[in-house]
Ligand binder design. Structure first.
Ligand code: ATP
Ligand code: MG
Length: 1110
C-alpha cells in the first residue's frame, strides 16, 4: 500500500457492529438486533472474529462486481467492511503465501445461501488467481462443473427453489504460485428417494424438467419421450414449473457446461438415455395374477413403456419382465426363486429407479473429476469448499434427516475443536495466559450415533443384518434397550420413565437432543433405507443391457463376479465418508461461513426474528462469540493499532520512532486504560472488553474532528501562504519585466536622439568638407582650363607656323615637280612613236575580251533546255555578242538533249507536240494533260484474260484501249464502254463482257467535236452514207480526251490514203443521232451544281452539258 493511501478499518462507518465480538452487551436479543439492523441496511455479512455470518438477501445486491473484487484483493481481513470476499481473500493468501491448506466450511439450513456462497468463493478465487490460457481453462472447467451437478443434484423444494439434494466437498488444487491446477469433488448422500416420490409442492431433480422442456424434438424422439410432464408418473405436477426458472434455457446451459467440462457427445447422450429410462421406468405398472398356490404374482400391465425402456437401454424385454415377477435368492450353493407380488414389484421398480439415478449421479461426479484432475504430480496446495446440507428439523424426520443431522453434529464438533484450538494456539503464540473456556462439547452426541458398539448407526446395521424378521419396530426396541440411559436420547418406551408421560413423543419415534436442538425421528423406513436393497435379478438384468454406461453402473450384476456378501448399508457408507471428510478437514486451516435464512417466504427485506433466532441457536453462534471473547474480545497487530490510535497521545503523534509495541504501551498508559483491560501479546494487543475498544474509537472520533480542524487550519494557512508567495513572486517578475521595458524604452529614445544629433553634426561637417573640396576642385579646374587655353594658343600658333612652312615646302615641291616633268617631257618626247595609242587600245580591248570569256565560262547555266537563266552582260559594247552566244548555247543544248531520245520516246513527244498543236490555248482541259504520259493501252487487252474474246476480234496492234463513257442520247446519262483504237478502226465494246458493240473503220470518221472547256465530252462524227453512219454519231466522254483525240488525229495524218481527221473545238456543235440532229451545248455551271460535269437532254434538239467553272 502506498504511503498516501488512507488506511481503513472494519470499524469505520459501521452499521451496528461489523464483528459480533464487539457487541456490548452480548445477549441473544442484541445479537439478533444487530443482525436485523445490518440486514435492513443490506449489510448481509457480519463477522464473529474470523467467521463470516451470511444472511440470504433474496435479492441481487451490487456487492459482487469486479470493482469489489479489486477492493478486497490483498487487503487485511479487518480492513474493510465484512464481506465473503474478505474471507476468500484471507484463505487464498494464506494458502499461497504461507503454504497452509485451507478449507471453507459453509453451513446453514436449506435455502440459507450455502451454494451461492460456495460459488462466490470460487469465483473470487478464480478472479484473483493467476491468468493464462491453461489456467483459464482449468478455472472454467472448475466453475462449469457447478451447473452440471446442480442440474442432476438440485431440485425445487418448499424451502429453496434450487435446493442441493446432495452434499458436496470440492478440493481445488493450486501450484506453488497459487495458479489452479485442478480439483477433486466428493459427493455425499444424494437424496435419491426424490426420484420416485416428491413431497407436496416440490419437484423431482431439475434435469427431468430441463430435458423435457429444452431438448429438441429430434432428441426427444430419439429418447422416446413426450414433452408433456403429465405423462410421467415420477414427475409431480403441482409445481412442475417454477417461477423465475427457465428449464429450457438451463438445459442449454447444462449441455454447454458438460461440453466445457469435457464430456464426449456420446457420454452426454448415454446420460440422457438413462434419464429417459428412469422416466419410462416410472410408467411401468403392475397387476396381480393369481397363481395355483393361492399367491398373487405381479405382471406388467401395459408393456409399451417397458418395451421402450428396454429399447433405450438395449435390454432384452423378457429378462426385465421376469425380474419384475421373480426374485432369486442365492444362499451358499442354493438358488431359490420366489415370485413377487404387486407391492414387491413396485418396490423393486422404485429401488431400480433410485439406484439407477444415484449411481448415474456418482458416475457424473467421477467423470467430472477425471476431467478436472490436476495434471502435474508436483506438490499441491489445496483449498476445500464444503457445501453440505444444514441441520434439518421437519415435522416428520426420517432416516435422511438423521444422517444429515449426524453430519452437522460432526461439523459442529470439528468447528468447536478447531476454533478453540486456533484460539488457544494464538494465545500460546502471543504468549498470553490461557484461561479455560466453558463450552458445550457435542462429542457425546456424536458418540451416541456413531459408536461402533452401541451407537445408533451400528445398531441399525446390526438389525439389518440380523436373520429373522426385521422391522423398524424391532430396531426401535433395540434402541430403547441399549440407549435408554444416554442423556441425549429420548424415547417413550425406553426404560427412562421420565418420558413415559411425554405426549409430544409418539410411540414410533425417538428423539435426540442435538447440539442445535431436539429432533424427533420417526422410525418408519429406517431399516429399508439403510438396507437400500436392490434385488440381484435387477442388477443382473441391468448388467445385461447393451449400453456401456449401464454396465458400468451395475458391476455387481456381472454373473462372473457373484458376491454373496451383502453390500454395505447406507448408514455405514455415510459414516465412513463422513469420517474421511472429517480427517481431511482436520488437516486444513478452517474458514467458516455460517449462512442464515432471514425468512421462510424466500422474500427480500423480510426478517423473521424467531426463524433467525432458531438458526442462531442451532448454529451455536452465541457460543461462538462467547468462545471468541472468553479471554480477550478484540485483538489487533501493534502496527495497525498504533496507526489507528496514534493521534490520541502527544508522544505518538504524528510519528512514533520506536517499535510499534512500545508506541502502543505509551499510548495506553497515556490514556490511562486500566491494566486488566488489555494484555500485550508478541505481535498483537489483546483487549478484554469491547467497551475499551469503543472508548478508544470514541476518543479517536473526537480527536479526528480536532485533527480535521487542525488539518483544515494548516491547509488553509498553507493555501493562503502559497497563494501569497505566488502573488509575490509574480509581482517581482512583473516589476522586473516592467523596469526592463521602461529602461529599454528610455535607452532607445536616448539612442535615437544621439543618432539624430550625431547625424546633424556629421552632416554639417561633411557639408563643410564638401564645400572645401568643391572649391579646391574648381580652383584646379580653373588652373587646368587656363593652362589648356594657354597651351592651345601656343599650339595653334606653332601649328600655324608649321602649316605655313609646309605650304611653302609643298609649293616648292610642286613647282619643282612641274618643272622637272616639263624638263623630262621635253627630254623624252623624242623617244615616243606616232601610233603607240592604237596599240595600247587594241591590247586593252584584248584583255577585256579575254576576261569576258573566262568569266562566261565560269558562270555557264545548266544543260536543261528549259533553264532560262544567262549570266549578266558585263560591258555595254558586248550586248550583241552576249545575246548571240545565248541563242547558240540554247540550240546546242537542245540538240544535246534531243540526241539522248530513243525512237519510242520521240514518238511520245511527237504525240505530245501534236496534242499541243491541236489543243493548246483552245481547250481548258489541255494544261492538265501535259504532265500525264500517253500510255495508250490502259487495259492491257492482250494480257487480261477477261478480254480474250475482244482480243481475238482485233488482229492489229492496239494504239489505245481505255474505258470511256458513252452518253445516252435519250437522257444524257453515261454507260461504260471499252474504247479501242487501232491503225484502221476504232471499236466500242462492253466493259464487262468485252463484246464488241461497234467497230468503225477510221476512214468512215469525218470529224471530232470537243468543247473549249475542261470537260471530257467528244463527239465522233461519221461520214454520211457510210455503213457506220447508220446508227448515228457517237457522243463519248473520257478524262483522257486529249490523248484519245490526239491519237485519232495522228492515225489520220500517218496514213497516206486518208485525209487527216478534222478537230472542231467549239461550245456548241451538232451531232447526228439516227435521223435527228441534236445540238450539244456546253454551259458554265454555277458553283451550286457541284464539281461534276452533268449532261441533260433539254429537248429534241438540245443536249445541255454543264461544266463546273474552273
Ligand atoms: N448472496 C446472495 N445474493 C442474492 N441471492 C442469494 C444469495 N444467497 C442466496 N441467494 C438466494 O437464495 C437462494 C437459495 O440459496 P442456495 O441455493 O445457496 O441455498 P442453500 O443453502 O444451498 O440451500 P440448500 O441447502 O437447499 O441447497 C438462491 O437460489 C438465491 O436466489
Ligand atoms: Mg445448496
Amino acid at each position: 500500500m502506498s504511503k498516501m493511501e488512507v488506511k481503513t478499518s472494519l470499524l469505520d462507518n459501521m452499521i451496528g457492529v461489523g464483528d459480533m465480538v464487539l457487541l456490548e452487551p452480548l445477549s441473544e436479543e442484541t445479537f439478533i438486533g444487530n443482525l436485523r439492523k445490518r440486514f435492513e441496511h443490506n449489510e448481509i455479512y457480519t463477522y464473529i472474529g474470523s467467521v463470516v455470518i451470511s444472511m440470504n438477501p433474496y435479492k441481487s445486491l451490487p456487492i459482487y462486481t469486479a470493482d469489489k473484487v479489486e477492493e478486497y484483493r490483498n487487503r487485511n481481513f479487518y480492513e474493510l467492511s465484512p464481506h465473503i470476499y474478505a474471507l476468500a481473500d484471507e484463505a487464498y493468501r494464506s494458502l499461497r503465501d504461507q503454504d497452509k491448506d485451507q478449507c471453507i466450511l459453509i453451513t446453514g439450513e436449506s435455502g440459507a445461501g450455502k451454494t451461492e456462497a460456495s460459488k462466490l468463493v470460487m469465483s473470487y478465487v478464480a478472479a484473483v488467481c493467476g491468468k493464462g490460457q491453461e489456467v483459464n481453462k482449468v478455472k472454467e472447467q472448475l466453475l462449469q462443473s457447478n451447473p452440471v451437478l446442480e442440474a442432476f443434484g438440485n431440485a425445487k423444494t418448499v424451502r429453496n427453489d434450487n435446493s442441493s439434494r446432495f452434499g458436496k466437498y470440492m478440493d481445488i488444487e493450486f501450484d506453488f504460485k497459487g495458479d489452479p491446477l485442478g480439483g477433486v469433488i466428493s459427493n455425499y448422500l444424494l437424496e435419491k428417494s426424490r426420484v420416485v416420490k416428491q413431497p407436496r409442492g416440490e419437484r423431482n431433480f431439475h434435469i427431468f424438467y430441463q430435458l423435457l422442456s429444452g431438448a429438441s424434438e429430434d432428441t426427444l424422439k430419439k429418447l422416446k419421450l413426450d414433452r408433456d410432464f403429465s405423462k410421467y408418473n415420477y414427475l409431480s405436477l403441482d409445481s412442475a414449473t417454477v417461477n423465475g426458472l427457465d428449464d429450457a434455457a438451463n438445459f442449454r446451459t447444462v449441455r454447454n457446461a458438460m461440453q466445457i467440462v469435457g464430456f464426449m457427445e456420446d457420454e452426454v447422450q448415454s446420460v440422457l438415455e438413462l434419464v429417459a429410462a428412469v422416466l419410462k421406468l416410472g410408467n411401468i405398472e403392475f397387476k396381480p395374477e393369481s397363481r395355483v398356490n393361492g399367491f398373487d404374482e405381479s405382471r406388467v400391465k401395459d408393456k409399451n413403456d417397458l418395451k421402450e425402456m428396454c429399447e433405450l437401454l438395449g435390454i432384452e424385454q423378457s429378462v426385465l419382465e421376469r425380474a419384475f415377477s421373480f426374485r432369486t435368492v442365492e444362499a451358499k450353493m442354493e438358488k431359490v426363486s420366489t415370485t413377487l407380488n404387486v407391492a414387491q414389484a413396485y418396490y423393486a421398480r422404485d429401488a431400480l429407479a433410485k439406484n439407477l439415478y444415484s449411481r448415474m449421479f456418482s458416475w457424473l461426479v467421477t467423470r467430472i473429476n477425471e476431467s478436472i484432475k490436476a495434471q502435474s504430480k508436483s506438490r499441491k496446495k489445496v483449498m476445500g469448499v464444503l457445501d453440505i446440507y444444514g441441520f434439518e428439523i421437519f415435522e416428520d424426520n426420517s432416516f435422511e434427516q438423521f444422517i444429515i443431522n449426524y453430519c452437522n453434529e460432526k461439523l459442529q464438533q470439528i468447528f468447536i475443536e478447531l476454533t478453540l484450538r486456533e484460539e488457544q494456539e494464538e494465545y500460546v503464540r502471543e504468549g498470553i495466559e490461557w484461561t479455560n473456556i466453558e463450552y458445550f462439547n457435542n462429542a457425546v452426541i456424536c458418540d451416541l450415533i456413531e459408536n461402533n458398539q452401541n451407537g445408533i448407526l451400528a445398531m441399525l446395521d446390526e438389525e439389518c443384518l440380523r436373520p429373522g424378521t426385521v422391522t423398524d419396530e424391532t430396531f426401535l426396541d433395540k434402541l430403547n434397550t441399549i440407549c435408554a440411559e444416554h442423556q441425549h436420547f429420548e424415547s417413550r418406551l425406553s426404560k427412562n420413565s421420565k418420558f413415559l408421560t411425554d405426549h409430544s413423543l409418539p410411540h414410533n419415534c425417538f428423539r435426540i437432543q442435538h447440539y442445535a436442538g431436539k429432533v424427533l425421528y420417526k422410525v418408519e423406513g429406517f431399516v429399508d433405507k439403510n438396507n437400500d436393497l436392490l434385488y440381484r435379478d435387477m442388477s443382473q438384468a441391468m448388467y445385461k443391457a447393451n449400453h456401456s454406461l449401464m454396465k458400468l453402473l451395475f458391476p455387481e450384476g456381472n454373473p462372473a463376479k457373484v458376491n454373496l456378501k451383502r453390500p454395505p448399508t447406507a448408514g455405514f457408507q455415510f459414516r465412513a465418508s463422513v469420517g474421511t471428510l472429517m480427517k481431511n478437514l482436520q488437516t486444513k486451516n478452517p474458514n467458516y461461513i455460517r449462512c442464515i435464512k432471514p425468512n421462510d417466504k424466500k422474500a427480500a427485506q423480510v426478517f423473521t426474528d424467531s426463524l433467525v433466532c432458531h438458526q442462531v441457536r442451532y448454529l451455536g453462534l452465541m457460543e461462538n462469540v462467547r468462545v471468541r471473547r472468553a479471554g480477550y474480545a478484540f485483538r489487533q497487530a501493534y502496527e495497525p493499532c498504533l496507526e489507528r490510535y496514534k493521534m490520541l497521545c502527544k508522544q505518538t503523534w504524528p510519528h512514533w520512532k520506536g517499535p510499534a509495541r512500545e508506541g502502543v504501551e505509551v499510548l495506553l498508559k497515556d490514556l490511562e486504560v486500566p491494566k486488566d483491560e488489555f494484555a500485550y501479546g508478541r505481535s498483537k494487543i489483546f483487549i478484554r472488553n469491547p467497551r475499551t475498544l469503543f472508548f478508544l474509537e470514541e476518543r479517536r472520533k473526537q480527536c479526528l474532528e480536532d485533527l480535521a480542524t487542525l488539518i483544515q487550519k494548516i491547509y488553509r494557512g498553507w493555501k493562503c501562504r502559497t497563494h501569497f508567495l505566488l502573488l509575490k513572486k509574480s509581482q517581482v517578475v512583473v516589476a522586473a519585466w516592467y523596469r526592463r521595458y521602461a529602461q529599454q524604452k528610455k535607452y532607445q529614445k536616448i539612442k535615437s536622439s544621439s543618432i539624430v544629433v550625431q547625424s546633424f553634426i556629421r552632416g554639417w561637417k561633411a557639408r563643410k568638407i564638401l564645400r572645401e573640396l568643391k572649391y579646391q576642385k574648381r580652383c584646379k579646374e580653373a588652373v587646368t582650363t587656363i593652362a589648356a587655353y594657354w597651351h592651345g594658343t601656343q599650339a595653334r600658333r606653332e601649328l600655324k607656323q608649321l602649316k605655313e612652312e609646309a605650304r611653302r615646302k609643298h609649293a616648292v615641291a610642286v613647282i619643282w615637280a612641274y618643272w622637272l616633268g616639263l624638263k623630262v617631257r621635253r627630254e623624252y618626247r623624242k623617244f615616243f612613236r606616232a601610233n603607240a595609242g592604237k596599240k595600247i587600245y587594241a591590247f586593252t580591248i584584248q584583255r577585256i575580251m579575254q576576261k569576258y570569256f573566262l568569266g562566261l565560262k565560269n558562270s555557264m547555266p545548266s544543260m536543261s533546255p528549259i533553264d532560262k537563266s544567262w549570266p549578266a552582260r558585263p560591258y555595254m559594247f558586248l550586248e550583241g555578242t552576249h545575246q548571240e552566244l545565248r541563242r547558240i548555247f540554247h540550240l546546242w543544248r537542245c540538240k544535246k538533249y534531243r540526241s539522248q531520245f530513243t525512237e519510242e520516246k520521240k514518238a511520245i513527244y511527237e504525240e505530245k507536240l501534236e496534242a499541243s498543236e491541236i489543243f493548246k490555248d483552245k481547250k481548258a482541259l489541255y494544261p492538265c494533260s501535259v504532265g500525264q504520259p500517253f500510255k495508250g493501252d490502259y487495259l492491257e487487252i492482250n494480257k487480261n484474260p477477261k478480254y480474250q474474246k475482244l482480243n481475238s476480234v482485233i488482229d492489229e496492234k492496239v494504239l489505245l484501249a481505255d474505258v470511256v463513257n458513252k452518253i445516252n442520247r435519250a437522257n444524257g446519262k453515261g454507260a461504260s464502254r471499252i474504247f479501242l483504237l487501232t491503225k484502221k478502226h476504232f471499236v466500242l465494246a462492253d466493259q464487262k463482257t468485252g463484246q464488241v458493240k461497234a467497230s468503225v473503220p477510221l476512214p468512215d470518221l469525218s470529224s471530232v467535236s470537243v468543247s473549249t472547256q475542261s470537260d471530257g465530252f467528244f463527239a465522233l462524227k461519221l461520214k454520211e452514207g457510210t455503213p457506220s453512219a447508220a446508227k448515228g454519231d457517237f457522243l463519248l466522254s473520257s478524262d483522257r480526251l486529249i490523248e484519245i483525240i490526239t491519237k485519232l488525229h495522228r492515225s489520220g495524218t500517218a496514213s497516206a490514203e486518208r485525209e487527216p481527221i478534222n478537230v472542231d473545238i467549239s461550245d456548241e456543235f451538232l451531232v447526228q443521232f439516227k435521223q435527228d440532229q441534236v445540238c450539244v451545248k456546253f454551259i458554265q455551271a454555277g458553283p451550286k451544281n457541284g464539281n461534276s460535269v452533268s449532261c441533260k437532254r433539254k429537248n429534241n434538239r438540245l443536249l445541255e452539258v454543264s461544266v463546273p467553272s474552273p
